[in-house]
Design a protein around this ligand. Structure first.
Ligand SMILES: Nc1ncnc2c1ncn2[C@@H]1O[C@H](COP(=O)(O)OP(=O)(O)OP(=O)(O)O)[C@@H](O)[C@H]1O
Length: 267
C-alpha cells in the first residue's frame, strides 16, 4: 500500500484554481522531487501534505487512513529560509522539538529525561555536522549551517515524511553540493520518505527517485484563474539514471534523461 495517497485533489482560493485533479500514490522510502513554473502550486501541494491546508476537493490518506488535520510528528518540514529561533543556541533549537513533544505547555525537561534529550540532540547535531557549533546562536552561523540546523530540528522528532520546500535555494553552489550529500545520507539512514520542491532541475534529478512536474494543462486566456496545474510528467528514475544524473554535466543531462528514464505516468 502507498504511504501517501492523493485522490482527485483540488486546491482553490476563491475563484482561483491552483491545483486540479491531482492523483498520486507515494511509496514509502521514495524521494520525490517536484518542479514546475512559479505559481504552479508546488508549495500549496506541500502545505496540503503537511496538513496546513485543506484541499477544496479530494482526499489524502496516510497508510490508508485519512490524513490527520494537524501536522503530527510523522511529518517534518524544512523551508528555504527557516525560522530557527534566534534567541536559542543550536543545541537549544534542536532540543526544543523534543521538549515540546514531552511537555507541550512548559517545553521544559528535567533530570534524566533532559540528559537523555540532550544526548539525542547532540547525536543529531553530530549527524548533520554541527557538533562543534552547538553553543552558537543562529546569527553567528552561515546560511548552510542554519539549514543543517533546520534539518536537525525536523529530524529530531523522527518523522517518516520529510517535506523540503526549496531547502537549498538560498545557498552557494559549493554548499549546496555538501547539503545534497547530507540529505541523501539522512534519507537512507533514517528510511525517510522525502518530498522536495525545487527550481533546480539538476537537483531534482540527481536527488530524486521520482520527479513530478506540475503545470497547467489548459489555459483560458479570458479567465487565467479558471484552470489549475496538474501533474504533467511523472518520471520514475532507475538507479542507473540517478547515478548518471548525479555524475553528468549540464549538457549531458538531457541526453541521459531521454535514454534512461522510464516515463511511468502522464496523468
Ligand atoms: N492563501 C492564499 N490565498 C490566495 N492565493 C494563494 C494563497 N496561497 C497561494 N496562493 C496562490 O496560489 C498560486 C500557487 O502558489 P504556490 O506558492 O503554491 O506556487 P509555487 O509553485 O510554490 O510558486 P513558487 O515557485 O513561486 O514558490 C499562486 O498564484 C499564489 O498566489
Amino acid at each position: 500500500m502507498a504511504l501517501l495517497s492523493l485522490k482527485n485533489l483540488w486546491v482553490e482560493y476563491g475563484e482561483k484554481v491552483v491545483l486540479e485533479r491531482i492523483s498520486l500514490d507515494i511509496a514509502e522510502g521514495s524521494f520525490v522531487s517536484i518542479i514546475g513554473p512559479s505559481g504552479a502550486g508546488k508549495s500549496s501541494l506541500l502545505r496540503v501534505v503537511l496538513g496546513q491546508e485543506k484541499p477544496t476537493r479530494g482526499t489524502i490518506t496516510l497508510d490508508g487512513a485519512p490524513l490527520p488535520a494537524e501536522c503530527g510528528p510523522d511529518r517534518g518540514v524544512v523551508f528555504q529560509r527557516y525560522s530557527v529561533f534566534p534567541h536559542l543556541t543550536v543545541l537549544g533549537n534542536t532540543l526544543l522539538g523534543l521538549e515540546f513533544s514531552a511537555s507541550p505547555f512548559t517545553a521544559r525537561l528535567f533530570g534524566g529525561a533532559r540528559r537523555a534529550a540532550v544526548a539525542e540532540a547532540e547525536a543529531m547535531l553530530e549527524s548533520v555536522g554541527l557538533a562543534d557549533s552547538r553553543h552558537l546562536y543562529p546569527a553567528q552561523m552561515s546560511g548552510g549551517m542554519q539549514q543543517r540546523l533546520a534539518i536537525a530540528q525536523a529530524l529530531i522528532k523522527r518523522p517518516r515524511i520529510l517535506l523540503l520546500d526549496e531547502p537549498f535555494g538560498a545557498l552557494d553552489p559549493g554548499i549546496r553540493k555538501d547539503m545534497h550529500a547530507l540529505i541523501t545520507r539522512l534519507w537512507r539512514e533514517h528510511g525517510l520518505t522525502i518530498i522536495m520542491v525545487t527550481h533546480d532541475i539538476k537537483e531534482a534529478f540527481s536527488l530524486g527517485t521520482r520527479v513530478l512536474t506540475l503545470d497547467k494543462r489548459r489555459h483560458d486566456p479570458h479567465a487565467p484563474q479558471r484552470y489549475g496545474a496538474a501533474v504533467i510528467y511523472d518520471l520514475e528514475l532507475t538507479r542507473k539514471a540517478q547515478q548518471v544524473h548525479a555524475d553528468a554535466g549540464a549538457d549531458e543531462q538531457a541526453e541521459a534523461i531521454g535514454i534512461t528514464i522510464d516515463t511511468v505516468g502522464n496523468n
